[in-house]
Write a protein that binds this ligand. Structure first.
Ligand SMILES: Nc1ncnc2c1ncn2[C@@H]1O[C@H](COP(=O)(O)OP(=O)(O)O)[C@@H](O)[C@H]1O
Ligand code: SF4
Ligand SMILES: [Mg+2]
Length: 373
């Protein structure tokens, strides 16, 4: 399908309805061992101006999901199925040529490592002005003024001077601010922030996340905030999707998730929120083990080998994503959710051993900004 074909589709009234609707999206890659099922049957939607948090351990499919939506998959090995509707346009058949019209101006992405996102041999100002000139057709002088303003808006000190700096002349935190400025330059309506602060130290992380949130609110931009740390999205996303082995295993408004989480994996992630006193890369407190092999996933629940509540049924029957008591906003995929009679005794024991932490992180349940925007 080309851009011209999609122009004939019904055009939604601007500003209404979700900006993004993903239905049954699956992405796999060819590999020497067989196909890697990186994303399996994911459905989600996002309203304008809101933040969706996508949380899961490394390898759970968060980046592949984001890249699938953004059309940034390796054409030679990746296969994507399902529907992606952005601003009323079905993108599932789009190739690079069509997607290029969206990158920067409609959708943008901030990657984890600012050094790979920036060109090391180009001055940072030029990295912004090139994008402005290419996408928005600005003349040189307007692009320069706009870039300096962007650097100022992401709180780069002395932006006129910094305009002529190279990336290696800046700290990691400042470089990530530049990456944010580049991503925001052409006013995207949807921003993917894929682990935007993982490479930064803890105090700088908070500053960069605050800045992102501030820019998002000012621009009424929708944001998908991807992280392995449930604590990062706790006070910042209105809705959270928890991924495991390429699947959504729990999805809920943030407040609901922390007040009433159902999925043992979500509970384990909550226990794994890093504390300041923890050494780096502390493993999940409640459970050991690794996520399953995505070439040969287990027959039943993919979390079964690591789940403290596993029973016979879990080994053979893949749990479907199901609403909690008919509430379509809260979905979970588990045969024995954390507050069921079968799990209570085990849960009490794990909590007594200090292996489970059931209190929500600060900001997750008390912050009125969660659901109110
Ligand atoms: N280009 C690729 N080819 C083959 N496998 C890939 C490719 N990209 C990602 N994967 C695999 O897909 C799975 C999900 O990866 P990813 O989305 O990067 O995880 P996350 O972002 O949650 O850490 C992993 O098992 C990863 O090895
Ligand atoms: S279905 Fe079974 S193994 Fe999977 S998370 Fe639930 S209790 Fe654990
Ligand atoms: Mg990733």
């Amino acid at each position: 399908m080309s851009l011209a074909d999609t122009a004939a589709s019904p055009v939604p009234v601007p500003g209404t309805g979700p900006i993004l609707e993903v239905t049954d999206l699956s992405t796999s890659f060819a590999s020497p061992r067989g196909r890697v099922g990186a994303v399996n049957g994911v459905s989600l939607s996002l309203e304008r101006g809101r933040t969706l948090g996508i949380v899961g351990e490394s390898g759970s499919g968060k980046s592949v999901l984001s890249r699938s939506i953004m059309g940034l998959l390796p054409a030679s090995t990746a296969e994507r199925t399902g529907s992606i509707v952005f601003e009323g346009k079905e993108l599932s058949d789009w190739g690079d040529k069509e997607y290029r019209e969206l990158w920067g101006t409609e959708m943008a992405m901030i990657f984890q490592d600012p050094m790979t996102a920036l060109n090391p041999v180009m001055k940072i100002g030029k990295q912004i002005t090139e994008s402005l000139r290419f996408h928005l057709d600005m003349d040189r002088s307007t692009a320069k003024d706009t870039a300096v303003e962007l650097l100022r808006s992401v709180r780069i000190p002395e932006p006129e001077k910094r305009f002529s700096s190279y990336p290696h002349e800046m700290s990691g935190g400042m470089r990530q601010r530049v990456v944010i400025a580049v991503a925001l330059a052409c006013g995207p309506k949807l921003l993917f922030a894929d682990e935007p602060t993982t490479a930064l130290d803890v105090t700088v992380q908070a500053q960069v996340l605050d800045l992102l949130e501030e820019q998002q609110r000012e621009r009424f931009m929708a944001m998908i905030l991807v992280t392995h740390d449930l604590g990062v999205v706790a006070g910042r996303a209105q809705e959270i999707v928890v991924m495991y082995a390429g699947r959504i295993v729990e999805k809920a408004p943030t407040r609901t998730l922390f007040a009433d989480m159902k999925m043992p994996y979500t509970e384990a992630l909550l226990s794994a929120i890093p504390k300041l006193a923890d050494p780096p890369h502390t493993r999940l407190a409640a459970i050991g083990g690794r996520p399953p092999d995505l070439v040969n996933p287990p027959e039943g629940c993919p979390f079964a080998p690591r789940c403290p509540y596993v029973r016979e049924r879990c080994l053979t029957e893949l749990p479907a994503l199901t609403p909690v008591d008919g509430d379509d906003t809260h979905l979970f995929a588990c045969h024995y959710p954390v507050d069921s009679p079968e799990t209570i005794e085990i849960k009490d024991r794990l909590t007594a051993q200090g292996l489970l932490i059931s209190s929500p992180p600060p900001g997750s349940a008390s912050d009125g900004a969660q659901d109110g925007r």
